[in-house]
Design a binder for this molecule. Structure first.
Ligand code: MLT
Length: 266
């Protein structure tokens, strides 16, 4: 679906009826990474997966840095547009950073948080420098360089061996993204604040999920992050790396199902 929201053309996928479940994708991907969750959860929930600003089919404003806060503003505006007052907010990796920004600014909309393959810390100096190098490379050569750099870090070893089609599909998502969007979002990622002080202030239930073999956001870090949230649960997904929802969708969906049932509101 598409509508003019918060000054941009926003695209989102929507399936099913029931309590709203919002799925926020990673960088530099699109809502298409949530395919198995859209199918599974739309049997019981109203699942909403937007393309975040500058990525997929959602437009951007030229020369604007796309901060996590701006993407959170877009999500709040989308919920208003859909007349949704409260939702489960789930984000993977960058989607988790957006979920933190969203909770910081719009806690009243959040029924519970699902933080997948993500971390609360801001980029360190090396991380920031890496973003600026990446932005230069994308400006010069296009999104293919990001796929080359990131795809080797996204999956568990078994996924590269046995699910080559999935790896190729994800590379395709990155390559089809708008280079200007990737650059604008990378700048926002470099600027994002540390969300660690927020963890102990989270007043809703939170499920932290992480692929056992996540190279980008190691499981140990996810455990430490979870333990700082007052009402936390943790699920470590076997046979999965950074893209845990795609690599082991059965385990991922079952863990999320259990959490959603245990934290359901009427
Ligand atoms: C992601 O998957 O969203 C990225 O790895 C996040 C990041 O680059 O920090």
């Amino acid at each position: 679906m598409k509508a003019k929201i918060n000054g941009i053309e926003m695209f989102w996928m929507q399936e099913g009826q029931g309590h709203p479940l919002v799925l926020l994708h990673g960088f530099p991907l699109t809502s298409a990474m949530w395919g198995p969750q859209l199918v599974h959860f739309s049997r019981q929930y109203r699942v909403i997966a937007p393309d975040l600003r500058g990525l997929g089919q959602t437009s951007l404003v030229s020369d604007q840095t796309i901060t996590m806060e701006l993407m959170a503003d877009d999500v709040a505006a989308l919920l208003d547009h859909l007349k949704i007052a409260r939702a489960v907010i789930a984000g993977l990796s960058m989607g988790g950073y957006v979920a933190f920004a969203f909770y910081r600014k719009y806690p009243q909309y959040v029924q519970s948080l699902v933080l997948c393959d993500t971390r609360s810390e801001a980029d360190d100096a090396d991380g920031k420098a890496g973003r600026y190098t990446l932005m230069e490379q994308v400006r010069e050569k296009g999104p293919g360089v990001v796929a080359e750099l990131m795809i080797p870090k996204f999956f568990a070893p078994d996924t590269y061996r046995h699910k080559q089609e999935m790896v190729a599909q994800l590379a395709g998502l990155i390559e089809r993204n708008n280079p200007a969007g990737i650059v604008a979002v990378a700048a926002g990622l470099a600027e994002r604040p540390d969300a660690t002080p927020l963890l102990s202030q989270i007043k809703v239930p939170a499920l932290v999920m992480v692929g056992k073999d996540d190279l980008l956001m190691p499981a140990e870090g996810a455990k430490k992050m979870a333990a700082q949230i007052p009402d936390w649960q943790l699920s470590v997904i076997p046979q999965a790396g950074h893209m845990s929802n795609l690599e082991n969708p059965n385990f991922f969906n079952q863990a999320l199902d259990t959490f959603l049932r245990s934290t359901a509101e009427d």
